[in-house]
Design a binder for this molecule. Structure first.
Ligand code: SF4
Length: 227
């Protein structure tokens, strides 16, 4: 499979935020979100076998722990990825899979925790989530919405209510997007949507979701890669 990078850091998002995590970032994406912070994954990378990837994960985290498969869009390499995920589970790792849900998720092994990033209108990729994937969500999965304005927020709020997401998954996450040209300051001034405004909307509407901030951007800065 084609891999952009494998590294160990702290998980920056989801209910696992703050935990040590090995990130396996696969190359290639079929979407082009307007605020994408991972464009460096679109091309390049290096070919690695599942055994190579497993060996690197074991080297970085020999005593088990959290692994996140991300990208790009990992499910574009489903044929090689599914066996790798099964091997990671057999090794005792807790494995997260981050996916836009644009590809079918039905063959993702049940032990994998899916973090499904449903695209909102202002990403430029709204409507790409496959509705059939709702049926693949289980109680340990999480659904994330990255928001850049009020329109995105209202889309996420209605999607959450319409599909009863809070009853289906561990967490529904509303996360402000960062400007992709963000540099320097490790604060929320680079968010496209002010977290304070988002907090006030969520409280006013009693949305059954949690506000998530991308922890790694506040620790290392918004432009730093591989952290
Ligand atoms: S799906 Fe992810 S990697 Fe692909 S363009 Fe959107 S934000 Fe970037």
């Amino acid at each position: 499979m084609q891999i952009t990078e494998i590294y160990k850091s702290l998980q920056g998002e989801s209910t696992h935020a703050g935990l040590p995590c090995v990130f396996v970032r696969l190359t290639g994406c079929n979407l082009r979100c307007s605020w994408c912070d991972s464009e460096y994954t679109f091309h390049g990378g290096r070919k690695m076998t599942s055994e190579d990837v497993l060996a690197e994960v074991r080297r970085l985290s020999p005593n088990g722990g959290l692994v996140e498969i991300t990208g790009g869009e990992p499910m574009l390499q489903e044929r090689d990825l599914v066996p790798l995920m099964m091997e990671l589970l057999e090794d005792g790792y807790r494995v997260l899979l981050e996916s836009s849900g644009e590809r079918p998720l039905e063959r993702v092994p049940g032990g994998i925790i899916k973090i499904v990033d449903v695209k909102c209108p202002n990403s430029g990729e709204g409507g790409t989530f496959l509705p059939e994937n709702l049926a693949t969500l289980t109680a340990h999965d999480e659904v994330k919405f990255v928001l850049s304005d009020r329109t995105d927020y209202e889309f996420a709020r209605e999607f959450t209510r319409q599909h009863n997401l809070a009853e289906r998954v561990t967490a529904v996450l509303f996360s402000p997007a960062f400007r992709k040209d963000a540099t320097g300051a490790r604060d929320s001034s680079h968010c496209l949507l002010d977290p304070q405004a988002l907090a006030e909307w969520m409280l006013a509407d009693e949305v059954p979701a949690r506000l998530g901030l991308q922890l790694h951007k506040f620790i290392w800065g918004p432009a730093v890669k591989g952290v």
